[in-house]
Design a protein around this ligand. Structure first.
Ligand code: THU
Length: 160
């Protein structure tokens, strides 16, 4: 037996250590939590995508009485961005979450389904995405979805 170890890299930064553009993206994600529709979980998530045409697209989680019909902030944002600007790669994605009257202390980790969609977004444009996960105590920054979803399933496995 041998161990297989896959390393991921996450930088923990403070707001002040981010570039002005990244601060703007974090603020847009925080703002987007206000448009969340989360009457069931009371957990409001906002996301903001910076496209390579310099447009910032935002989105939030939208829930449904039939729970699985709802969708997370990350997928709302990426699907909207790709619907409106199908030729613009996503350079960066920021995520923030608000619950019980405040933003989360710790960085908000995207769910598994969203990680898979983030990966596809990178693949379709052949680029890597900078990911910024907001927490009041620290912000996690990753370069590329491989740091969020190691050992990922991609289209290469489907190739004959
Ligand atoms: N949610 C997101 O929108 N993004 C995440 O990264 C984690 C979870 C949503 C889904 C659901 O509306 C609520 O948060 C509670 O799970």
């Amino acid at each position: 037996m041998k161990d297989v170890q896959i390393d991921i890299r996450i930088n923990s930064v403070t707001y002040d250590e981010l570039s002005a553009k990244e601060q703007q993206l974090i603020n847009a994600a925080k703002d987007a939590t206000k448009n969340s529709y989360a009457p069931y979980s009371h957990f409001s998530v906002g996301a903001a995508a910076l496209l390579d045409n310099d447009v910032i697209v935002t989105g939030s989680n939208q829930e449904n009485a039939a729970y699985p019909s709802g969708i997370c902030a990350e997928r709302t944002t990426l699907f909207y961005a790709n619907s409106q600007y199908p030729d613009s790669a996503v350079r960066a994605l920021a995520v923030a979450a608000w619950t019980e009257g405040d933003f989360l202390e710790t960085p908000i980790p995207p769910c598994g389904a969203c990680r898979q969609v983030l990966l596809e977004t990178e693949k379709r444009f052949g680029t890597t995405m900078r990911i910024l996960l907001f927490g009041k105590k620290e912000i996690y920054v990753m370069e590329g979805v491989k740091n969020l979803l190691p050992l990922s399933f991609t289209t290469e496995y489907l190739a004959k």
